[in-house]
Ligand binder design. Structure first.
Ligand code: GLA
Ligand code: ZN
Length: 651
């Protein structure tokens, strides 16, 4: 496991650089990330480049055996660029220009931004090509699928639509523009979603396309940068860092052309009131591993209390700095880079804490980080070891966008059912992959396809085939609702999945914050919330029924034999008990290995190496836990990770 830090030489007096690099070396830091916001120091005036300071910093690290990741600084063009091109900023929803003064103001499509970005990237990559200390490039920083309403972006959107639909007739039909007299009679009439209205007030077909367009825009920008970097500095891996932001680009497509995915991992420092939420960190990490179906990096890892964008949060409790980093490793992050070495004492982020406080006196968190670096050295054997899972959960950015455009009911959000299913498998100590809906399903035994809302017929067919050939599919409510244009499918739900589910909804009730008891045939009890499909079986067996409301006695959860396989359908948004019960039954039926009786908050992940496997046992809780695993008594301190090496006989 390789540990790094994010470092900003441009924020510190030169006198600190060597001291910091010395301490990093002594502590066991193997890598630094530099320069993602440093354009004004790399090109202080138009066409005047200064790499001397960065050379000096890179050389200091190189001399201490510390590798460097360099970033293209395009997130923050210098103010001289905006002075010359005042319209190179993004345009807001109300048509006004974004004001400079924070960061990330630029429109990534503006010709001036492209021109100057190209030049700084070319200069930088040429300059560092062949420098042995530089081991990877990061493009920009946390690229989001921004909605920019400038004329350049608007023209691109019209062009994108022309390419997709060819004619206005086809476009009007796909969007159902006859509603509210919205039919376009010329391409020029097409406007982005201006105005501060909720997205749900707009045409959902139009909004889904606009979200797709925004995603493709940012993917185009990162592809464009990757091409320049590879041309000028061949041989080095290229990535960019992502997070779960409001407008996520489609990571599966974005990373097709990049070498690995890097994630910014800030697990909460205040333990959630809902104990189930503790598994969300593992969910995010599994999702990152699923993007390229292999190892990933954490490019920014929690190092101190978060602040500045919001009031300051709790400091990491003892054990969190080390435990959360090891948790990332357990889920496939072979490199974890901590944000940041030292807390900034200037600028807007001075309350987003690094490993060392403003005082520059290393304290409790730093000591724990040093301990992590020591432990990381001992884990070299597990570096790159594979994570194999029998279970996959499908994720779709189309659904992510569509559910944001049209929230379904009070309390409903796309990720919840995915996370609850993930938590149910995690509680059984099983590895889980979260993969894109277009990925191959080969090798899996159980595929969860929750909320398959926007329909892609290829995916529907592959799920049918998977079940027919003997796999288990777990489907949930809000599946088969929309066609590929985000218009409602005119059939009883779950429409295109009805035959494999062996049941259909005679009606549904979005119960929002209300809830209704759900009883399993064997007496197990759970609760339905947010949404209730009132199901009628046509071949399936009713596993659980509603025990309340006017649909008391109607099926809520079903099981159907389909071909050689099995299809479960969950017609409500359950509490965790519902998923735990169903998942345990499905896993038992599929005869998969699991660990019964793991205490809540204990996560077990297995990575398989050559000749041996590594079992990571993590206590994701603030209390000590004692339990027996394979006949061995285990005690874990809060946030402690134990790694057990098992000799394998199967390889
Ligand atoms: C993000 C950014 C960083 C920094 C941190 C903390 O992850 O990438 O530049 O702003 O958040 O706020
Ligand atoms: Zn724009």
């Amino acid at each position: 496991m390789r540990i790094g830090v994010d470092y900003y030489p441009e924020h510190w007096d030169r006198a600190f650089w060597a001291q910091d690099a010395d301490l990093m070396k002594k502590t066991g830091v193997k890598l630094v990330r530099l320069a993602e916001f440093a354009w004004c120091r790399l090109e202080p005036r138009e066409g005047e480049f200064d790499f001397a300071w960065l050379d000096e910093a890179v050389a200091l690290f190189a001399a201490r055996g510390i590798d460097v990741v360099l970033c293209t600084p395009t997130s923050c063009p210098p103010l001289w660029l905006y002075e010359k091109h005042p319209d190179a900023v993004m345009v807001e929803k109300d048509g006004s220009l974004t004001r400079t003064g924070i960061r990330g103001h630029r429109c990534i499509n503006h010709p001036a931004v492209r021109k100057y970005s190209q030049r700084i990237i070319e200069r930088m990559t040429e300059h560092y090509a062949g420098n042995k200390a530089v081991v990877a490039w990061q493009i920009d920083n946390e690229l989001e699928a921004y909605f920019c309403f400038c004329e350049t972006c608007n023209a691109r959107f019209r062009h994108w639509l022309k390419k997709k639909y060819g004619t206005l007739e086809a476009l009007n039909r796909a969007y159902g523009n006859v509603v509210w007299s919205g039919e376009y009679s010329s391409w020029e009439q097409i406007q982005p979603p201006y105005g501060h209205y909720p997205d749900a007030w707009m045409n959902p077909a139009f909004m889904l396309d606009y979200s797709r367009f925004a995603s493709e825009n940012v993917i185009g920008f990162s592809d464009w940068q990757a091409e320049i970097i590879r041309r000028k500095c061949p041989g080095l891996p290229v990535t960019t860092n992502v997070w779960f932001c409001g407008h996520m680009p489609d990571f599966y497509r974005q990373f097709e052309n990049l070498d690995f995915i890097a994630y910014d991992n800030y697990p909460t420092t205040r333990l959630p009131e809902d104990p189930e939420e503790c598994y969300t960190h593992a969910f995010h990490l599994d999702m990152m591993r699923g993007v390229k179906r292999g190892g990933f990096w954490v490019m920014e890892q929690l190092s101190g209390g978060m602040g500045c964008w919001a009031p300051m949060a709790r400091m990491p409790e003892p054990g969190m700095i080390k435990g959360y980093a090891l948790q990332a490793f357990a889920h496939g992050a072979d490199t974890v880079v901590h944000f940041r070495w030292r807390t900034a004492n200037i600028g807007a982020e001075m309350h987003w804490h690094g490993l060392i406080d403003h005082s520059n006196v290393p304290g409790r968190r730093f000591d724990e980080f040093a301990d992590l670096c020591r432990e990381a050295e001992t884990l070299h054997q597990a570096q790159g070891a594979e994570i194999r899972a029998d279970v996959a959960i499908l994720f779709s950015f189309e659904n992510e966008y569509a559910f944001k455009i049209q929230p379904q009911t009070n309390g409903y959000y796309y990720l919840e059912q995915l996370q609850r299913l993930h938590a149910a498998f995690t509680r059984l100590g099983m590895n889980v992959d979260i993969i894109g809906q277009h990925e191959s399903l080969e090798g899996y035994r159980i595929v969860c396809a929750p909320e398959m809302y926007v329909t892609d017929m290829n995916v529907v067919r592959r799920l049918h085939d998977f079940a027919a050939q003997g796999g288990t599919v777990i489907l949930t409510t809000r599946s088969g609702v929309k066609d590929e244009n985000n218009n409602a499918i005119m059939a009883q739900l779950p429409t295109v999945y009805r035959d494999m589910v062996g049941a259909f909804a005679t009606e549904y009730d979005p119960i929002g914050y209300d809830h209704v008891p759900v009883c399993f045939a064997d007496g197990a009890k759970a609760r339905g919330r947010q949404w209730c499909d009132v199901l009628e079986t046509e071949g399936a067996q009713a596993l659980a029924c509603y025990d309340g409301e006017y649909f008391r006695g109607k099926a809520a959860v079903t099981r159907n034999g389909y071909g050689k396989g099995v299809v479960y359908y969950i017609g409500t948004v359950g509490d965790q008990a519902l998923y735990d019960k169903l998942v345990r039954d499905a896993v038992t039926e599929a005869a998969l290995e699991f660990i019964p009786g793991l205490p809540a908050h204990v996560e077990v992940t297995t990575r398989k190496g050559d000749g041996c496997a590594f079992r990571f046992i993590f206590n994701n809780a603030g209390q000590e836990q004692r339990f027996t695993l394979d006949g061995v008594e285990i005690t874990l301190a809060p946030f402690e990770m134990k790694v057990i090496t098992i000799q394998r006989t199967d390889c």
